[in-house]
Design a protein around this ligand. Structure first.
Ligand code: 15L
Length: 277
C-alpha cells in the first residue's frame, strides 16, 4: 500500500492524538483532525461526537486511511464505555465501509489481556517466555472489554466488508515511563509514530493484531506481528529504570498492580478510573 495521502485522526485532541499530530506529518501523511473537543490552533479540525454520523461520514469521505484513537481511555461506568467506545467504534467502521475507506488503524490496548499474570524472571525474557499475541483475552475493565469488542468488530469488517485493520494493543504511550510497570509496557512517542506509520502503510494486512511498545529490556510481550508489518522500534525504557526503581522499589509480586499486566486497572475499583459524569 503506498503511503496514504490523507489520514483521518479521531481523538486528535487527546494525549496520544496530540503526540501523533506532531509526529506523523514527517512520514508524509496529511492529517485530518476529528475530536469531540475543539483543538487549539487547528481551526480546520472537525469538532463532533462519533455519534454525529453525518459529521463523521463527511470527515471520513475522501480519507485514504483512519487512525482511530477516539474514545474513553480508562475505566468508566459501563453506559459511558458503551456509548463512547463500543457504539462510537461501530459508527466509525460504518462510516469507513460506507465511504469506501479500506484501512483503519485501531487503538486497542494492553487491557484486553490486563488480567493475565505479568511474566516474572530475569530480563530480558527469552522469546518463549514472552506473551504471545494469541494469548487468551482477559480484560481487566469495561474499558478493556470495549477494546476486545473493537478488535472483533475489526475482524468482522475485514471478513464481511474488506475493511483492513491493524489493531494496536498499545502499552502506555507517554514522553517517559512514570512507573516501574511502565518500564515493561512503555511505547515512546517516536516508536508510536513508527508503529502507526507501519500500520498505515503495510501491504496485505487483513486484520492484524500487534502489541505496541518500544524495544524495552523489560518487555513482557512478543512484538513479532508488529515487526512483520514493518515496525522497527528504536527506544528502550531501561535508561529510566534506575531512577524509577530507586523511587518506587522493584515490582512486588504480592501487589496485584504488579502481578497482573493491567497494573492499576486490575484493582477494583481501578485506580485508573474516570469519575461518573
Ligand atoms: C491504556 O490503555 C490507557 O489508555 C493509557 O492511558 C495507559 O494508562 C495505559 O493503558 C497503561 O496500561 O498504562
Amino acid at each position: 500500500m503506498p503511503a496514504p495521502r490523507t489520514v483521518l485522526v479521531t481523538g486528535a485532541a487527546g494525549g496520544l492524538g496530540t503526540l501523533m499530530r506532531g509526529l506523523l506529518p514527517a512520514y508524509g501523511h496529511q492529517l485530518r483532525l476529528f475530536d469531540a473537543a475543539p483543538i487549539e490552533g487547528a481551526p480546520e479540525a472537525v469538532t463532533a461526537e462519533l455519534a454525529d454520523t453525518r459529521a463523521l461520514r463527511a470527515a471520513v469521505r475522501g480519507s485514504d486511511a483512519i487512525l482511530h484513537l477516539a474514545g474513553i481511555s480508562a475505566e468508566a461506568p459501563f453506559g459511558e464505555i458503551l456509548r463512547s467506545n463500543i457504539e462510537g467504534t461501530h459508527h466509525l467502521y460504518e462510516a469507513a465501509r460506507a465511504e469506501g475507506v479500506r484501512r483503519v488503524v485501531l487503538a486497542s490496548s494492553n487491557h484486553v489481556i490486563g488480567w493475565t499474570p505479568s511474566p516474572r524472571g530475569e530480563f530480558p525474557l527469552a522469546p518463549g517466555e514472552l506473551i504471545p499475541i494469541d494469548t487468551p483475552r482477559r480484560p481487566d475493565t469495561y474499558y478493556g472489554l470495549s477494546k476486545c469488542f473493537a478488535e472483533d468488530l475489526a475482524q468482522l469488517y475485514w471478513d464481511r466488508h474488506g475493511v483492513e485493520t491493524v489493531s494496536v494493543r498499545i502499552g502506555a504511550c507517554f514522553m517517559e515511563p512514570t512507573s516501574v510497570r511502565m518500564l515493561s509496557v512503555w511505547l515512546s512517542p517516536g516508536d508510536g509514530a513508527r508503529l502507526f506509520h507501519a500500520a498505515l502503510t503495510a501491504e496485505d494486512i487483513g486484520h492484524t493484531v500487534v502489541y505496541g511498545s518500544s524495544a524495552n529490556t523489560r518487555i513482557w510481550w512478543d512484538l513479532t506481528t508488529a515487526r512483520a508489518i514493518g515496525y522497527e522500534p528504536r527506544d528502550d525504557s531501561e535508561q529510566y529504570a534506575p531512577g524509577l526503581i530507586a523511587e518506587q522499589g522493584e515490582p512486588d509480586p504480592r501487589n496485584p498492580e504488579h502481578s497482573r499486566l493491567g497494573g492499576p486497572f486490575v484493582t477494583h475499583p481501578p485506580r485508573h478510573r474516570l469519575p461518573p459524569s
